[in-house]
Design a protein around this ligand. Sequence first.
Ligand code: FES
Length: 125
Amino acid sequence: MGQYVRHVFVCTHGEYCPFDGSGEVHRLLKEQVAARGLKLTVRVNHSGCFNQCGNGPMVVVYPENVWYAGVTPEKARRILEEHIVGGRPVEDLIYRAPQGPNKNPVRMAEINAARKAAGRGPGGG
Ligand code: FES
C-alpha cells in the first residue's frame, strides 16, 4: 500500500488536453477531494502528456490503472463519486484503446488550427 489509497493524474501539462479543459477538471477534482475531507487518502496531481493527445482531457486513477478520456466537468463528478470515492470504476466512461500511444490526429489538427488562428503556438494555452 502506498501513501494514498487513490492517486489521480490529470494531464494538464501536455500540449493538447489543456485546450480541451483539463485545468478545470483538475481544479474540480482537487477541490471536491478536499471538500470531502479526503486529502489524506486521495492525491490529485497535475501530469504531463500521456501520449493520448487529442483524446483529452485525460485522467488516470491508480491503483486501478483506469484511464478516462474526454473528461468534462460532468464526467469528472461521476468519476469522483463512483470511482475515487466509491471505489468502482465508471464502466461506461473507461477509455479503451490499444496499449501504448494513441493520439487523435484529427483533434490535434483542430487544436493546432485554433491556436494558430488565435496567434498561439503549441503549448501556448
Ligand atoms: S496532451 Fe494530454 S495526453 Fe497528450
